[in-house]
Write a protein of this length. Sequence first.
Length: 260
Amino acid sequence: MDSLITAFTDPTALAALIALVVMEVVLGIDNLVFISILTNKLPESQRPKARRIGIGLALVMRLALLAMIAWIVGLTEPVLDLGFSGPPDARGAPTFETTLSWRDMILIGGGLFLIWKATREIHHNVDPHADDEKADGKSRAGVSFGAAIVQIILLDMIFSLDSILTAVGMTDNLAVMYIAVIVAVTVMLIAADPLANFIARNPTVVMLALGFLLMIGAVLIADGFGVHVPKGYIYAAMAFSTLVEVLNIFARRAKQRVGG
């Protein structure tokens, strides 16, 4: 209780809380984009339920991981050495590491899954006739609600681990971490339906979002091998690409109004 009061009364703790909430919301964008793309492949009646289940599971996982904070920190200890490393950089440090911790292997596995999933979805968008079931007039994902939830759970685990390790690196106040996680997931819950509907209404946005997932997957793999790409660069690129796509949407609508 004392730590909870401190989170709102102590200026340092309050500043850490605000910074962590912002960071957790930004990190949640990746998770939300994946959930939106995946649930949009379900029948329309099942989409809101799948999104709420997915985001609810993300909250449960984050809170559970916070309760096992000491174990989570221990996941950064090396457990596997592949016996080689990258060439040295200008400072003499290896450009990438192959001494892997459980965290590294989870990130690499999650990155590979994201790249596989995004590539598969891009293929189905570029060549929709490749899906035999769609040729029969059925939606392949329309009969795979359970499969969609399983995939969401897998990615929730990856993003939750990244989220909690980020929180641990920013503050040692457990109450601040809990509050930040709950606020961030609440924002995700509020934004889920509008974001998913926007993606569904604008097919070109789907390809942009899948491109984001490819980039995020590559960054996760790089991070697992010790190549740390500043997240600011990633989100700046995503923001710029989104701005360009929004301008394209406005341009298309303006042409439609003129043509109409």
